[in-house]
Design a protein around this ligand. Structure first.
Ligand SMILES: Cc1cc2nc3c(=O)[nH]c(=O)nc-3n(C[C@H](O)[C@H](O)[C@H](O)COP(=O)(O)OP(=O)(O)OC[C@H]3O[C@@H](n4cnc5c(N)ncnc54)[C@H](O)[C@@H]3O)c2cc1C
Length: 516
């Protein structure tokens, strides 16, 4: 890894600024997000000017379990990875996209090397190390202007084409005119109150894109990592136990010592089994003692780095079973894109976890999110740099029209936990939808949740990461779900017609929600 890499989030400096004069950034492509996808996109712009916007430095990649080299296919072949991806996708992957991304896998490590970020096969560099190295590489590029902290608040669309963005720095709104915006703003797993995902991963920019008219796809598909250590809920603080450690010698049991049935290599199945046992009022534990005893002798690197994380938290898997629960770790759905990253809205691209291009299908293969972020950022950067520029429009008089609300995130998280868990039913989904949809017009987080509930209601089947207890089998034909904000509005009215709304007593009133 490059010098400066490997730093923990606390040690890293924030080499970013919001002091830049926006007029100096006139008509440059704007990348939203400084995770792996956003930083790689910026590097792929070569020496062309671009603006990189980020609301926080905490990336999703920090929690990476596999090690960077393994995720990027250092020990894999394109055809083997494509085969496993299609198998996991449960009929919903786009074959061309899978072939295209896995074929590019062979060049990824070389490309990182050219950017000054060596990745050694077999090494177990962490997600933090990769992110810190990318940030350092972007920071020395004179063509990249970094605006942070700044959050995307609105896309300005004129005549059906993106013409600008409005950014919120906390103290002021900055309008930037641009005809190309690349959303690399990560996923929505922070909408779950389980501590694994970054606090910024709440999908606000998906809502911004939806309000601007872009279509979103397969939003019901959320990958749950089965084994989050059940320690606390501070966002981004959780520990994920590597799924590879769940071999035949690992035992899942409840607090009475009762084993959970069926050993499988499908994380979605295991996550559901744990969720359902916990929903029945039990605690669930993973006993890795045999694995630890054998692995310590063999110096297994996955085990070694996991043990280090545990020891830092005062836990010893050699002597105790670990309390576990499933936690949302990757949003498979997102902005509907082509492989080039183009969305349905001209002038808007997406890559990384924010995008849904058909690579993963209905369930995610270990390592593929990172691979996708690294490969598709190049496709997006190339497509943007090859575009025909659109004439400039002055957007300085435009301000965001939806109000900022406060205090809604806890309400949405409660509804997400109830309705978008590993097991779903129409009843819980409708109730959650009716609960949050009245705020969707004003609040970005509520709009994202509304779109997710509607997508899960629309998928009247079980497939991959999506399990409906009331429709436990897959349909004969695999279909994608897709919604625009306008379609969602109509759908909510239709659902509401059949299900009279009963507000729960703890729902805040509109007056309580709005910032004064
Ligand atoms: C516990 C856990 C374990 C994982 N393990 C693996 C693994 O082993 N292998 C693997 O391949 N993947 C894994 N993943 C998934 C992987 O980490 C993510 O898919 C990947 O990091 C996404 O990168 P990204 O750049 O798309 O988004 P992120 O890294 O989430 O970056 C998004 C960026 O956008 C910014 N942002 C968000 N909203 C806005 C806004 N409105 N305005 C401005 N900026 C905004 C954020 O501040 C952040 O800088 C794991 C995820 C978790 C949570």
């Amino acid at each position: 890894m490059a010098p400066g890499a490997g730093a923990s989030p606390e040690e890293r400096e924030t080499p970013m600024t919001t002091g830049t004069d926006p007029h100096a950034l006139h008509e440059q492509p704007v990348i939203v997000g400084a995770g792996v996808a956003g930083l790689m996109t910026a590097l792929h712009f070569g020496n062309r000017p671009c603006v990189l916007v980020s609301c926080a430095e905490q990336p999703g990649i920090g929690a990476l379990r596999s090690g960077v080299a393994a995720a990027l296919g250092a020990d894999d072949t394109a055809s083997a990875r494509a085969g496993r991806t299609l198998e996991r996708a449960a009929g919903l992957a786009c074959l061309e996209t899978v072939q295209c991304i896995t074929a590019a896998m062979g060049n990824v490590i070389d490309t990182l090397g050219r950017f000054g970020i060596p990745v050694a096969a077999g090494a177990r560099d962490s997600g933090y190390a990769l992110h810190a190295a990318l940030l350092a590489a972007v920071h020395v590029r004179p063509n990249v202007t970094i605006l942070a902290p700044a959050a995307l608040r609105r896309l300005v669309v004129v005549d059906g084409h993106v013409r600008g963005v409005i950014l919120d720095t906390g103290s002021r709104m900055i309008p930037l005119d641009t005809d190309a915006v690349i959303l690399a703003s990560g996923g929505t797993c922070g909408l779950y109150d389980d501590g694994l995902s970054p606090v910024t991963a709440i999908g606000r920019s998906l809502a911004v894109a939806a309000r601007a008219g872009a279509a979103l796809s397969d939003l019901e598909l959320v990958h749950f990592h089965p084994f989050a250590l059940s320690l606390g809920n501070t966002p981004g603080s959780g520990v994920a136990i590597p799924f590879e450690l769940y071999g035949p010698d690992a035992i899942l049991h409840d607090e009475q010592g009762q084993k959970l049935e069926g050993h499988t290599n499908d994380p979605a199945y295991v996550a559901r089994a744990i969720y359902e046992r916990r929903a029945g009022g039990h605690a669930v534990f993973l006993d890795l003692r045999k694995i630890v005893a054998a692995g310590t002798q063999n110096a297994d690197p996955t085990l070694k780095s996991f043990l280090a994380l545990c020891h830092a938290r005062g836990i010893d898997p050699a002597t105790q079973s670990l309390p576990v629960r499933p936690a949302a770790a990757f949003h498979i759905g997102g902005l509907k894109t082509e492989i080039s990253g183009r969305t349905s809205l001209p002038g808007l691209w997406a890559c990384g976890e924010a995008a849904c291009n058909g690579f993963h299908g209905a369930s995610v293969l270990h390592g593929n999110p990172l691979l996708e972020a690294v490969v598709c950022s190049r496709f997006a950067a190339e497509d943007v740099t090859g575009r025909m520029p659109v004439p400039f429009r002055d957007i300085s008089g435009i301000h965001p029209d939806q109000s900022l609300t406060k205090g809604l995130l806890p309400v949405v998280r409660k509804s997400m936990a109830a309705a978008m868990a590993p097991t779903r039913t129409e009843e819980t989904l409708v109730s959650a939808l009716m609960h949050v949809s009245r705020f969707a017009e004003y609040d970005d987080v509520a709009l994202v949740a509304e779109l997710m509930f509607l997508s899960a209601l629309k998928r009247n089947e079980s497939r991959g990461a999506h399990f409906r207890a009331d429709f436990p089998k897959p349909d004969a034909i695999a279909r994608h779900t897709s919604f625009t904000a306008t379609e969602a509005h109509t759908a909510v009215r239709l659902v509401g017609r059949d299900h009279p709304i009963t507000w729960s007593p703890d729902a805040p009133t509109k007056t309580e929600l709005f910032t004064t």
